[in-house]
Design a protein around this ligand. Structure first.
Ligand code: NAP
Length: 305
């Protein structure tokens, strides 16, 4: 068996063209341009690359984006003040803070200061709580799911891979990938197991997976003998080897011969993360402009005092 490649680059482009651009055009009829503010503290080279990708994807779809840069030693209060200003700026519908932040920052305090309705990275407790409590099957009706796991959901759906009733094993339990991934697929009625660094005998779990999602940040963690024949393998990991090569967490050359579907690295999950950020931003603009129209109608219809 040779697995089919799930081409995240192509699927992301299709979603931007077929789904997001028409939504942006519809918003333009109401005079609304979706706006994303990206807060960057310090000079992390990897952050620069990611911010560049986000800016280009925004331009392609017609979303306004602006980067708010601060020096590494900026006081936390200055960043909080800027977020407070962006929270009430009608032209900005989504706000993200590029992570990691320098050590002197209280990351949770910064993330919780973003208005949940503008938290398009889905890291605010309100949005995380919504993933736990809401029962809708879309996963994105009132909240913002974190972009990477949301992108994995869309990759599976786009590839017509059934989720309901499947045994899903997730390797990695971080707040931004592993845990929300588990919640998203649980909402889709999968049977979900989460593995992490303390899991005894990882292979004992991975071998049972119909869908295996790997997000550990460890090259070659998943070998062919750990994968069930015909499994769907989603490799979220991004690791730069000493020779400069970018690889995932899965031994791609071995596992591709055993799986039914597999995502490559690069070109699998990565491009979907950026696309889902734009999707959340467009969604935020739709919700905020609908609320604004209702508020305007209410004002127009209220009796003169
Ligand atoms: P993270 O915060 O470091 O979390 C890694 C998780 O993997 C932790 O739960 C850790 O367990 C677990 N883990 C580490 N080594 C393990 C092992 N040997 N066996 C089992 N579990 C192990 O990383 P992250 O932010 O979730 O990112 C994970 C990977 O995905 C990284 O390579 C990152 O670059 C990549 N990533 C890609 C995208 C994308 O768009 N494609 C987006 C985000 C992240 P403990 O917590 O118990 O230590």
């Amino acid at each position: 068996m040779t697995a089919k490649l799930i081409d995240g680059k192509a699927i992301g482009k299709r979603i931007r063209e077929d789904e997001l651009k028409p939504k942006v055009e519809a918003l333009a009829k109401h005079g609304v341009v979706p706006g994303l503010a990206v807060i960057v503290v310090g000079d992390n080279p990897a952050s620069k690359v990611y911010v560049g990708q986000k800016t280009r994807a925004c331009e392609e779809v017609g979303v306004h984006s602006e980067t708010h840069k601060f020096p590494e030693d900026v006081p936390q209060a200055a960043v909080l003040k800027r977020i407070a200003e962006l929270n009430v700026n009608n032209k900005i519908h989504g706000i993200i803070v590029q992570l990691p932040l320098p050590a002197q920052f209280d990351m949770r305090l910064i993330l919780e200061s973003i208005l949940p309705a503008k938290d398009v990275d889905g890291f605010h407790m309100y949005n995380v709580g919504g993933l736990v409590l809401q029962t809708g099957d879309d996963g994105a009706e009132n909240i913002f799911p974190p972009c990477t796991p949301y992108g994995v959901q869309r990759l599976l759906e786009y590839s017509d891979i059934p989720i309901e009733g499947q045994n899903v094993v997730i390797v990695g339990s971080s707040n931004i990938v592993g845990k929300p991934m588990a919640l998203i697929l649980l909402r889709k009625n999968a049977t979900v197991s989460i593995c992490h660094i303390k899991t005894r005998d990882l292979a004992q779990f991975t071998i049972l997976a119909d869908i295996l999602v790997v997000a550990a940040g460890v090259p070659n963690l998943i070998l062919p003998q750990m994968v069930k024949t015909g499994a769907v393998v989603i490799d979220v990991g991004i690791n730069r080897l000493d020779n400069g090569k970018l690889v995932g967490d899965v031994d791609f050359d071995g596992v591709v011969k055993k799986a039914s579907y597999i995502t490559p690295v690069p070109g699998g999950v990565g491009p979907m993360t950026v696309t889902m950020l734009i999707a959340n931003t467009v969604n935020a603009a739709e919700r905020q402009s609908a609320q604004q129209r209702v508020a305007n109608q209410g004002q127009a219809g209220s009796p003169a005092l």
